[in-house]
Design a protein around this ligand. Structure first.
Ligand code: GCU
Length: 694
């Protein structure tokens, strides 16, 4: 139609909606105009006069602000009819979408809902304006959808500016100062909101000296970021050091039960809220990989978390306390210590001891973001604690944004896993919290979904342009965990490449699907087999090194010898880790017969000749998958070349992707050759197909 849009409502986020609509108008050749209605008598009309009922192509209206425009009222009536008189409230972020008559209508209870509704309309594209669509209600499954930046203010001598960052420097900081590029940060806020993210932690969980000061004398830097992200409904969190009372407060102790320490946290936190009234809270990595924590004072992690929670509670803030606690100074000779057990051993017994505004942030697997791991048993062990599940969007162990690795299929598997068996609650429902809470009654709500960010100041945001899809998919799955990863990819392709504007949209879409849909499994094929994990270069974690961590203190072993491979984590003869799971998994993982192939070496040590459910032996599986994985990468590169020959993608982007695909192929070959050679030499078992192994 004419593209006329009506925005009804007021507030800061409604202003963002107006700006977005205005911007959309420029993209679409100025066809869209907006009219802004303020509630009641404060009515303003911008552009043309109201031409009456049914005249708008798009109406975005806040329900609470009577009188509703006619089209909105009609949809409101239909919504009540469809969902019953007591239609659940939409919440802070939900919206209703319908096509009514000749217009598309978005209704929300709060301004953020209008913003998400608008982005949904953008996502639907022309189909939002096509045939009638019945009323749909959209509400996020997770109240909290957070990205954790592992960014340092200074360039750190060991980890660089962004720890595990593969997209240039930090988007927030440069040369020890805030990154003065407000336009870029605003664009970032927009990108995140369009993906569904509503919270960001702005610094690394490993808090170094400069970064510790963000809590006090450098709080203004954080406030500046909060100011730029706020118009997109994004709240800012800070990673803090547990030793802050000593480092910043000059106290002699950080003992959580010490009155002076409590008072310091309370006073410091009050100042934070003076400066940033909508501050989200703290993220804490304590007693982990050298970070300070409550163990130094003989206190528990509940004591530690609660002192921060108590300081945040009056202001509605949360503390995200990470469960990534394990002994990284382990003796590799000691077969009884098992890093996989650590989080459960430290935290399960503390269930029920955390304050209501503590969120225990649990990595989705028991180890550390490997290409394949079982779900962490902690997720099933703490019914009396708010849990957030942590993913890693940054590709530390999945190709470091040099390899194409679309992670949504992996996350989707994790989210729909039922720790108590099929039909019971899933990982997604644990993170979301009890359904009765989605009206917004916060205290018992789940902790949500969190991910380590993959964004930097790179022009493509994520280093590898195709890695943007992971960022987008994370936000979408946190909003709606049951979305199909392939459908999410379709959305991302349409939003990113605008296929309709290219000469051959079908070729573009099809090729991107061929390249990305199965790329996580491809990555798994040419790297570590059957759930055993690691085998990476120590330190930076890129590229193969089968024994890289084998005799180290980090607790990440494969135990390969001439006869077999894998970690015995059974109760019968191993570390007993399988006993941390409820039934049925406790028995399924314990059993050599029932354990799924893809996790076999995570739970069992087996001879190379052990036969998998797939029919192959372990050793032949290793050879076959490594040859196949490299073939698939070569095919990926050929596919991309066809796209680029057809001129379907922007030149700069094309050049970047080609450079990365060359490296991915080189690296995949290196993985194949090292892993295959290693296991041929260890086992002496030749490849059944007689292929060349070095
Ligand atoms: C991994 C990663 C570290 C990070 C840690 C964490 O071990 O390699 O860089 O600090 O996870 O999650 O805290």
């Amino acid at each position: 139609g004419s593209g006329r849009t009506l925005v009804h409502g007021a507030g800061r986020l409604v202003d963002t909606v107006l700006r977005e609509v205005a911007q959309a108008a420029t993209w679409h050749g100025g066809q869209l105009r907006h009219q802004e209605f303020r509630p009641a008598d404060e009515r303003q009309v911008a552009g043309e006069a109201d031409t009456g009922a049914g005249a708008y192509d798009l109406v975005l209206a806040l329900r609470g602000t009577a009188p509703l425009p006619d089209q909105a009222l009609a949809v409101e009536t239909e919504f009540r009819r469809r969902y019953g008189d007591h239609a659940d409230p939409l919440g802070d972020e939900g919206f209703v979408l319908a096509r009514h008559g000749h217009g598309t209508v978005v209704l929300a209870d709060a301004p953020a809902g209008l913003l998400y509704g608008l982005f949904h309309v953008v996502r639907l594209g022309e189909s939002a304006f096509g045939a009638d669509r019945p009323v749909e209600r959209h509400r996020p499954a997770m109240r909290l959808r957070m990205l954790d930046h592992w960014d340092n203010v200074d360039v750190h001598h060991q980890t660089g500016q962004v720890e595990r960052g593969y997209a240039g420097g930090s988007i927030f900081w440069r040369n020890g100062r805030p990154h003065h590029d407000p336009a870029r940060l605003r664009a970032y806020g927009r990108l995140l909101a369009a993906s569904g993210v509503n919270a960001v932690a702005v610094n690394n969980v490993n808090v170094h000296a400069t970064e510790a000061r963000l809590l006090t004398d450098r709080l203004g830097d954080v406030a500046a970021i909060a100011e730029l992200l706020r118009p997109y409904g994004i709240r800012v969190y800070l990673s803090v050091s547990f030793a802050a009372p000593i480092l910043l407060g000059g106290l002699s102790s950080a003992d959580p039960l010490d009155e002076k320490v409590r008072a310091w946290w309370a006073g410091t936190t009050a100042q934070v809220y003076d400066t940033i009234p909508d501050f989200g809270g703290y993220v804490v990595k304590a007693d982990s990989e050298g970070q300070p924590g409550p163990f130094a004072y003989g206190r528990s992690h509940a004591d530690g978390a609660n002192v921060l929670a108590e300081a945040l509670a009056p202001f509605g803030g949360d503390v995200h306390w990470r469960a990534f606690v394990y002994n990284h100074r382990q003796d590799w000779r000691d077969r009884s210590t098992d890093r996989a057990r650590a989080a459960f051993d430290h935290f399960a017994a503390l269930d029920g001891q955390f304050r209501e505004n503590v969120v225990l942030q649990v990595k989705h697997g028991p180890m550390d973001f490997q290409v394949r791991e079982p779900v962490s048993p902690v997720i099933a062990a703490m019914p009396g604690t708010r849990l957030a599940v942590e993913f890693q969007v940054t590709q530390e162990y999945t190709g470091q944004q040099r390899h194409v690795c679309y992670l949504a299929p992996w996350w989707r598997e994790v989210l729909e896993f039922g720790p108590w068996g099929a039909g019971g609650p899933t990982v997604a429902t644990v993170a979301a919290g009890p359904a009765t809470d989605d009206d917004g009654s916060a205290p018992t709500a789940g902790g949500g979904l969190v991910a380590v960010s993959n964004v930097g100041d790179d022009p493509f945001w994520t280093g590898h342009p195709l890695a943007q899809a992971n960022l987008y998919a994370f936000g979408r799955l946190a909003w709606a965990p049951r979305l199909d990863p392939s459908a999410i990819l379709d959305e991302w392709i349409d939003l990113t490449f605008v296929p309709s504007a290219t000469a051959d949209p079908e070729l573009l879409r099809r090729t991107l699907h061929e390249i990305m849909d199965d790329s996580w499994r491809t990555y798994e094929r040419y790297t570590t087999p059957l759930g055993v994990g690691f085998m990476v270069r120590p330190g930076h974690h890129y590229g193969p090194d089968v024994d890289g961590y084998e005799y180290t203190a980090w607790g990440t072993y494969h135990f390969a010898d001439r006869d077999g491979i894998g970690v015995d984590r059974t109760r019968r003869s191993g570390t007993g880790f399988t006993g941390q799971y409820p039934q049925p998994w406790s028995d399924v993982y314990e059993s050599l017969e029932q354990c799924p192939d893809e996790l076999l070496l995570f739970f069992h040590h087996v001879p190379y000749g052990h036969r998998l459910h797939s029919g192959s032996t372990v050793i032949q599986h290793i050879y076959d998958t490594h040859f196949a994985g490299v073939e698939q990468v070569a095919e990926t590169r050929r596919r991309w070349e066809r796209l680029s020959a057809a001129g379907l993608v922007d030149q700069g982007l094309d050049a970047r992707v080609r450079e990365r695909l060359d490296e991915q192929l080189r690296s995949a070959q290196e993985w194949r050759d090292q892993v295959n050679a290693y296991f041929l030499r260890k086992s002496g078992v030749p490849d059944a197909q007689g292929r060349r192994i070095h």
